[in-house]
Design a protein around this ligand. Structure first.
Ligand code: KPL
Length: 326
């Protein structure tokens, strides 16, 4: 952890670049919106590949909603830094890695995190936030949940498939959190291209997103289908309904407030994203590890801690494990 006095001045915090850890679709979308004041941290091989030639790296985002055919891509210059030898102090960081990679990714840059760093975690699932708070207690931690739809066709090439909302709130304010820095952090994120709202109590929102993912993502993998097909096949829909009932009971037990019945909400999400493959489906199809242990797995471990049994979640995870999916 780097400690210097320079960061004690708000202007310095204001001007400091935004670092992005995790160069997937969400990371690139943020790097694009925060450009030219953003830097994506990448592995050495990727850094060399994109910076060795004479052409400078560019991020392209292609809008794929409300437009047919696709609008022409928008391009912005993009700065990359080698994660392995980057040493300037990092004050503002957005982490968009998969939940299971978060702690390791932060460990890799811990030497260059400033003691006043603000870190925003943007990922599916739960468990990574608690792990980060435990392992990096000195930093100011923010968490967010997004309904933005985006995927990459190649590194730095993002298709923005659905315009959504991003909600962010404090997870853990360190004893050293400077209110001026928090205000700058929020204001800089709000004024970007995305629809961003800050709320004080982010936890219920993270739980509600987790509940939706828990009733959708694993099933799309089990049945190898698009989100919308969970609605159209009666057998699949029955699974969705049972998972929703069980999850809703669990949320009630935990007194997590819900505006709409969970099943109704999940059906709405499935209608809105009918043509999409879930992020977990995409992970499996690209042979990447999934976030399921941070989605259904987190719900199951929390239920166990509370002495509750969730048979449908347990069966779902067992059937996925039989297919070799974790
Ligand atoms: O968040 C999603 C995901 O795929 O991770 C949903 C809401 C299921 C949309 O695909």
């Amino acid at each position: 952890m780097i400690k210097t006095n320079t960061a004690h001045c708000a202007e310095h915090f204001q001007a400091a670049p935004w670092f992005i850890l995790g160069g997937g679709a969400m990371g690139c979308l943020w790097a694009y919106d925060l450009s030219p004041n953003s830097i994506i941290l990448v592995k050495p091989e990727r850094y060399r590949h994109y910076t060795s030639g004479s052409t400078k790296p560019l991020i392209t985002t292609q809008l794929a909603y409300q437009q047919t055919p696709f609008a022409s891509p928008n391009t912005r210059k993009c700065k990359l830094a080698n994660i392995q030898n980057y040493t300037s102090p990092i004050l503002k960081l957005i982490v968009t890695t998969k939940a299971q990679d978060t702690v390791a990714a932060l460990e890799a840059i811990q030497h260059t995190l400033h003691s006043h760093a603000h870190i925003l975690l943007l990922q599916n699932g739960m468990g990574s936030q608690q792990a980060v708070k435990k392992q990096f207690p000195g930093y100011t931690l923010w968490c967010g949940s997004t309904t933005q739809g985006a995927y990459t066709t190649d590194f730095l090439h993002v298709v923005h498939a659905g315009l959504g909302q991003t909600c962010i709130g404090p997870w853990h304010l360190s004893t050293e959190t400077n209110p001026q820095y928090s205000a700058i952090f929020q204001q800089q994120l709000i004024t970007q291209g995305q629809q961003v709202t800050f709320i004080n109590d982010i936890l219920p929102l993270l739980w509600r997103k987790l509940a939706v993912n828990a009733c959708v993502n694993g099933l799309t993998v089990l049945f190898e289908c698009k989100n919308g097909e969970l609605l159209t096949h009666p057998k699949h829909l029955k699974w969705v309904k049972t998972l929703c009932q069980e999850t809703a009971q669990f949320l009630d037990y935990k007194r997590i407030a819900y505006t709409k019945p969970l099943f109704q909400h999940v059906c709405h999400v499935l209608e809105q994203t009918a043509e999409n493959y879930s992020s977990t489906y995409m992970d499996v199809s690209h042979q990447r590890s999934t976030e399921l242990m941070y989605i259904n797995g987190f719900i199951l471990s929390e239920a166990k801690r509370l002495g509750l049994s969730l048979p449908t979640h347990t069966t779902l995870m067992a059937q996925l494990a039989e297919k070799g999916i974790f």
